[in-house]
Design a protein around this ligand. Structure first.
Ligand code: SF4
Length: 430
């Protein structure tokens, strides 16, 4: 293998599933005695693991590529590889428009990236990862791709059909993660609730979560990316009764108005969606529900948006995110155009976030004076930053812990909450 590629920098954009891919690639490169460095400036080769599912993500990926191209033009890096979703979706266009990139490698092709660097894929290491998250938590990608027909979504075009990983592989992967010190396992997929339908002929998420909870060293299991239609109710018993499973569920709903849900091809209507949320809350008292909505979808008129506002007010989700509609070519919604003006989309985005800010503040206020089990993620300047079981990394709320010098990242502590703001809590270890 040529020395010129000795030092490699991997830049990971996009979602936790991309993080897992980069971690697997890092393990492969290390096994080939390549040195992983943190910045392009120090590297011989830079690899950008891109995201390509909506406009804003594509822009971030292109900006990152152009920055690296500049470094290459000025001789600061010798080799530039672009991998992942943007490369999968637009390889031919990118090759023409940005020829300075040495190789474009699509999604799910980690071995091809290794080969592109002149190194040798280590098939015996498949599934092994070099963690990039704080070592006490890790994402577990339980499947790849998606079989859902959501009209606005380009992910099935990029990541292909839903493919579950066998339970035995996931348990082995989890054991290796626990051996590396992982205590919180975050289950991710495009659609985690579809797990098993392809390889076992039935939904197996509940039994998978039970098996993962048997792994020594894992204290918290968090479920993300659930899908509302065909929701496997048997996982509610696992979330409710298994002490290792966080009383937390991330379930993107995207909208609530029937005409919009129908056009989005979400396979569920207003009535069933509301009933599902009520059922989840009834079966798992105290659960934190995280969801996301899209505003400005082509047939979202004033009435449909008001219905969404009222739903958010009524359901009082613990955690909530909003996206403005991004028209994506080759998706089935593309032919509907993009009739909702950007300023209106932004207005609707702000309106929902304003409602949520108030809901989140009232919830946080009700926790002042209470003690909450908190996992410290990091420490800086004498304070600790942690999360409760109701908070996923990167997207949800945080707990700032005063005078945290003698406490350790990666450990759990009971924190007495003495203050809050709309999204975060503040307190001291007791
Ligand atoms: S479930 Fe729908 S929104 Fe999610 S990845 Fe699949 S097609 Fe896209």
């Amino acid at each position: 293998m040529s020395k010129k590629n000795k030092k490699v920098c991997i830049i990971t954009l996009g979602c936790p599933k991309n993080v897992v891919d980069s971690e697997q690639l890092m393990r492969q490169l290390e096994a080939n005695n390549l040195e992983l460095v943190h910045s392009s400036d120090e590297s011989d080769s830079t690899i950008i693991n891109t995201c390509g599912f909506i406009q804003s993500a594509k822009k971030e990926s292109l900006d990152t590529i152009m920055h690296a191209v500049e470094l290459k033009r000025t001789g600061r890096i010798k080799n530039l590889i672009v991998m992942g979703c943007l490369a999968e979706r637009y390889a031919e266009t990118l090759k023409k428009e940005i020829p300075e990139v040495d190789d474009y490698v699509g999604a799910n092709r980690i071995s091809d990236v290794v080969t592109s660097l002149g190194a040798h894929p280590k098939f015996d290491l498949l599934g092994e990862r070099k963690l990039t998250t704080p070592k006490h938590y890790a994402y577990l990608k339980i499947s790849e791709g998606c079989d859902r027909p959501c009209s606005f979504c380009s992910i099935p075009l990029i990541r292909g059909k839903h493919t579950s990983k066998p339970i035995t592989h996931l348990v082995d992967e989890t054991k290796r993660l626990a051996d590396q010190g992982v205590r919180e396992l975050i289950i991710v997929a495009q659609d985690s609730t579809y797990y098993g339908l392809d390889i076992y002929g039935k939904r197996k998420l509940a039994s998978l979560m039970e098996k993962l909870s048997d792994v020594q060293g894992i204290d918290w299991i968090r479920l993300m990316y659930a899908f509302p239609a065909g929701f496997p109710l048997d996982i509610l018993k696992v979330i409710s009764e298994n002490p290792k499973v966080c009383k937390y569920l991330d379930i993107p709903l995207q909208h609530i108005a029937d005409p919009v849900l129908k056009s989005m091809k979400r396979g569920i209507n207003t009535k069933s969606m509301s009933k599902l949320i009520e059922k989840i809350r009834a079966e798992v008292p105290g659960i934190a529900l995280r969801t996301t909505f899209i505003v400005g979808y082509p047939n979202e008129g004033k009435r449909e948006f008001r219905q969404l506002e009222n739903f958010v007010k009524e359901m009082k989700f613990e955690r909530l995110g909003v996206f403005t509609y991004s028209q994506e070519e080759d998706t089935s919604a593309n032919k509907l155009g993009d009739p909702v003006p950007e300023p209106v989309k932004l207005e609707r985005f702000n309106a929902i976030m304003e409602i949520q800010k108030d809901i989140s503040y009232r919830r946080n206020k009700s926790l002042v004076g209470k003690s909450i089990k908190t996992l410290i993620d990091s420490k800086s300047g004498g304070s600790g930053i942690g999360r409760t079981e109701f908070d996923a990394p990167e997207v949800d709320n945080e707990v700032t812990i005063h005078a945290a010098d003698k406490f350790h990242a990666g450990n759990f502590y009971n924190v007495l909450i003495d203050d809050c703001d709309a999204y975060d809590l503040f307190g001291s270890v007791i």
